[in-house]
Design a protein around this ligand. Structure first.
Ligand SMILES: *Cc1c(COP(=O)(O)O)cnc(C)c1O
Length: 387
């Protein structure tokens, strides 16, 4: 049996008619730029994330870029972020001619290590500190970073937080005993509607959540080239608009999102049991969840990522066995060719370097059957019998 890493059919097929209807509605309205679908989605996402506003944008990458632009980040500025994430998290900083400052990860969660974050700030001199304009924690794979600590640091140093929640819409954590949703913690919450995210469109799209109407206005202004009045430009922005067809599709899917989170969590729970039964504890480390299971969305498993001994060989073996896997991510930021000019060397960030060598995402999509999960773990067990 072929088991792909990601299969969108189980979630798309049930909604096929509704999605087609929603797309046709946009086509028939002839409102192809902005319009009611965007306004409605922005209301619904703000409601879902418990924020006062949300601003639809062209992608998750542009959500991050526009947030930095709203903070007027530019040449000479520094932005602190995790050393282990999808490229966009750091790429957007460099695109504004600012410099990303990488921070190593917590080896348990793969999220930015808040103690290292603090240490990085402590070690900066006063002049350098003045240039730090934002912290971008990433909620990687579907689990919130240690936001309680990061929020403390943000307040102490008066540095705003841009949450990269591209993989974690709906994920929850506790802040000082209070339940909080991703995107409702920092100054900005950035989300992606890339089709393989938990809430995916049928193309590119994204959204930013905020709790400050002034910031919301700034984002809305810069989303459309910085012109409040058409053809009169106070500031420089860009074209960061969300496509109404994407908004219409995402609206259809939003009402099913929590159900799909549950299915991913059930799949993860079953995998955990299967790995335990297989007795692979010395070869495979299952994902660690640090947030309380009292939270419905303590982890939304955009990816189920194991640490595996002999990872590359295991992956090749699974490919031969028709099982889809992926390495998110094979190279930490400081060793990316385009960032070598920042002076990164092997050994600088040991936790992200070992993660890059060991992580492997296995299928977790809603619709993955119990039989498929058993086959995946069985094949992994077979591999370690021989290796
Ligand atoms: C997907 C993703 C992005 C970028 O989102 P796009 O919509 O693909 O531009 C940014 N950060 C992380 C962590 C992501 O997973």
């Amino acid at each position: 049996m072929k088991i792909p890493l990601i299969n969108l059919h189980p979630t798309m097929d049930d909604l096929r008619e509704e999605i087609i209807e929603a797309v046709i509605k946009v086509i028939d309205s002839n409102m192809f730029i902005m319009g009611p679908e965007i306004i409605e989605l922005e209301k619904e996402i703000a409601e879902y994330c418990f924020t006062s506003d949300s601003i639809g944008v062209s992608s998750g990458t542009d959500a991050l870029l526009l947030s930095l632009m709203a903070l007027n980040v530019g040449p000479g500025d520094l932005v602190l972020t995790s050393n282990f994430s999808f490229f966009a998290t750091a790429g957007v900083v460099s695109r504004l001619n600012a410099t990303p400052v990488f921070v190593d990860i917590d080896p348990e969660t793969f999220n930015i290590d808040s103690r290292q974050l603090k240490r990085t700030l402590i070690e900066m001199d006063k002049e350098t500190l003045k240039n730090v304009k934002a912290i971008i924690p990433v909620h990687l794979y579907g689990q919130c970073a240690n936001m309680e600590e990061i929020l403390n640091i943000s307040r102490e140093y008066k540095i705003p937080i841009i949450e990269d929640g591209a993989q974690s819409i709906g994920a929850e954590c506790y802040i000082n005993g209070k339940k909080k949703k991703a995107g409702n913690i920092g100054e900005f919450g950035c989300f992606s509607f890339f089709p393989t995210k938990n809430l995916g469109g049928i193309g590119d799209g994204g959204i930013i959540t905020v709790n400050d109407s002034q910031i919301a206005n700034e984002l809305r202004l810069k989303r459309v080239h910085g012109g409040e009045r058409k053809y009169y430009h106070r500031v420089i922005g860009g074209n960061f608009r969300l496509d109404p067809i994407q908004a219409a599709v995402v609206r259809v899917k939003l009402s099913h999102l929590n159900k799909w989170h549950r299915q991913r969590q059930d799949n993860a729970k079953h995998y955990n049991e299967l790995f335990d039964e297989a007795g692979l504890n010395d070869k495979v480390k299952i994902p660690c969840t640090v947030h309380s299971k009292n939270l419905q969305n303590y982890h939304i498993y955009n990816q189920y990522v194991i640490r595996a001994e002999n990872r590359d060989k295991l992956q090749s073996y699974l490919i031969e066995q028709d099982i889809g896997t992926e390495v998110y991510y094979p190279i930490p930021f400081h060793l990316q060719e385009c960032f070598l000019n920042l002076g990164g060397k092997v050994g600088d960030f040991p936790c992200s370097e070992s993660a890059a060598k060991e992580v492997l995402a296995i299928p977790i999509f809603p619709g993955l059957t119990s039989e498929m999960r058993q086959i995946v773990v069985e094949k992994i067990k077979n591999f370690y019998k021989k290796n």
